[in-house]
Design a protein around this ligand. Sequence first.
Ligand code: ASP
Length: 342
Amino acid sequence: MKNKKILIIHTGGTIGMVRTESGYAPQTGALMNELRQIRDLTSPDLPDWDIVEFDPLLDSTNVRYEQWNSIAETIADNYCSYDGFVVLHGTDTLAYSASALSFMLEGLDKPVVFTGSQIPLCELRSDGRDNLITAMMVAAEGRVREVTLYFGGSLMRGNRAIKYSADRITAFTSPNYPVLASAGISIEYTGQEMNTNVKHPLHSNTLNVIRMRPCRIGVIKIVPGIQFEIFEPIRFEELDGLILESFGKGNIPQYDPALTRLISEASKSGTIVTVCTQCTAGSISLGIYKAGSALVEAGAVSGGNMTTEAALAKLTYLLSKELPREEIRRLMQVDLRGELTT
Ligand code: ASP
């Protein structure tokens, strides 16, 4: 693979963390020190690589739209010089960032593989070495030319993945879409990658980065006995977007009309209300039950089988493009980057 060249973008996260008195934390230069000790990184079976390290490095709990913009711009600035990109990122918000980048990189035609680890590279049982090496191979191979997430043996579409385990080495899963590749003795691709010949809406022929801007998006999880009056002080109509994590197929309790009243007022003032299911897998189908019909009447749109992570990233992207609110409502229900099965 020595004729291929990839760029590693280190944003922070456990993979490059060191022990401190207050627990693991990122430290400038620590990852490079670890990488120098991994002899396999000079193997002829790996591509040539360069690395850029963000300053500051972050625990991904602190990642916001600014870091999404920096990742996207680093890829755009180096797009012609590399065959693919590996983004090292903390696992806590990895699925959000991978989702965000899948939308921001319009016209992407090279691999962008997000990865990280549950155990730092400086520790004995680190999963970082395999995650990094396999992600580098996938990025260089160039078969899957979209934003993906490689972790614990599975390559997933970035905007389909969720972190489902705080403990397991296989921390991520893709509940509503098949894995794109499994890395066992060899890397087996499943043929489920995006067909770049199919032109999705809002995709372009050349790379075009949409910068994210700060958006006021709230997320509410519906629970049994939820008292909607506690939300009354929230000025829903001042939100750009609201994601409701409903029960099952899009159901909310009906004992109190306060929620639908709030949603209806917010929708009328332009807030995009999107319903996602709090189930790990499956899809919203608004109106299949009476308990969900009220949401449609109040102006909410279905998030289909999008993850909350993908819905949040998509909403931020569409709002950042400053499209008319009605168009955003429509596009939330359209498959733009393989994030949704319609
Ligand atoms: N808190 C860490 C982070 O998200 C967790 C990890 O990387 O695994 O940066």
